[in-house]
Design a protein around this ligand. Structure first.
Ligand SMILES: *Cc1c(COP(=O)(O)O)cnc(C)c1O
Length: 229
């Protein structure tokens, strides 16, 4: 399958899920994860009409960002080391991996220096796997409370990664758990605005994630494929 076909195919699948779960397709944004592919292919993703691009390491993103930054909305989806904040700040409109107070403080400091506001997702480890980054759900209120005092950070929602499983259906409790956590946290009114977004769902499980309320799905292999596709 060529790139256009892949994108059309994924969009059809998302539309079908939205249809059967009574959601509007406009509520679901696709973040094309371009970490596996070249600058040329990333340019073709933009040519095909996608605007949200996701990268997980500045080192891999740099060349693409430098050439294409005006054309896309950039999402930093990888684990972010505090000493790498300076590389990504001001370049990525969304950071999906805020998982600790020290990182929030550094983001706030660097965003203040640039006089910008950064959209952040708080990454939650719903599945409880030790190998996963992300905050334990019970630690989320304290982090949100602290971030509320940081005027240059705008918390837009929560992000999670589901475990790798053979049957995507097994991911449902994780995605549902993230949605329920968001709703509970919104009731506590710890953010300036209620959190609207849920960043969840990847190539193997995005349909379940959309059924459970995802507003950003992060799609790499299924959407942009490998370089040679
Ligand atoms: C690589 C990556 C994705 C995309 O993975 P695919 O399975 O190829 O869709 C999504 N989210 C994060 C955080 C990633 O690192």
């Amino acid at each position: 399958m060529g790139l256009q076909e892949r994108i059309a195919h994924v969009q059809e699948r998302i539309a079908a899920v939205c249809e059967r779960s009574s959601r509007s397709v406009d509520e679901v944004q696709v973040v094309a994860v371009t970490k596996y592919v070249s600058l040329e292919k990333t340019a073709r993703v933009l040519d095909a009409g996608l605007v949200h691009l996701g990268e997980n390491r500045w080192q891999n993103a740099r060349e693409k960002w430098e050439a294409l930054h005006d054309r896309g909305v950039w999402h930093f989806i990888g684990h972010l080391q505090t000493n790498k904040v300076k590389d990504v700040i001001g370049k990525f409109q969304y950071i999906h991996s805020l998982d600790r107070l020290s990182l929030a403080k550094e983001l706030e400091k660097k965003a203040a220096e640039l006089d910008i506001r950064v959209n952040v997702f708080v990454q939650i480890n719903i599945s409880g796997e030790e190998s996963k980054y992300g905050l334990a759900p019970e630690d989320a209120p304290a982090l949100l409370q602290a971030v509320q005092q940081m005027p240059h950070l705008n918390v837009v929602g929560l992000m999670t990664m589901a475990p790798e499983v053979d049957d995507p259906e097994q991911t449902r409790p994780v995605f549902r758990g993230l949605r329920e956590l968001r709703d509970r946290l919104n009731e506590l009114k710890l953010t300036e605005q209620p959190m609207q977004h849920l960043s969840m769902g990847m190539s193997g499980d995005f349909e379940i994630a959309v059924e459970e309320g995802a507003t950003f799905v992060r799609l790499g292999s299924i959407l942009v494929g490998k370089e040679e596709d």
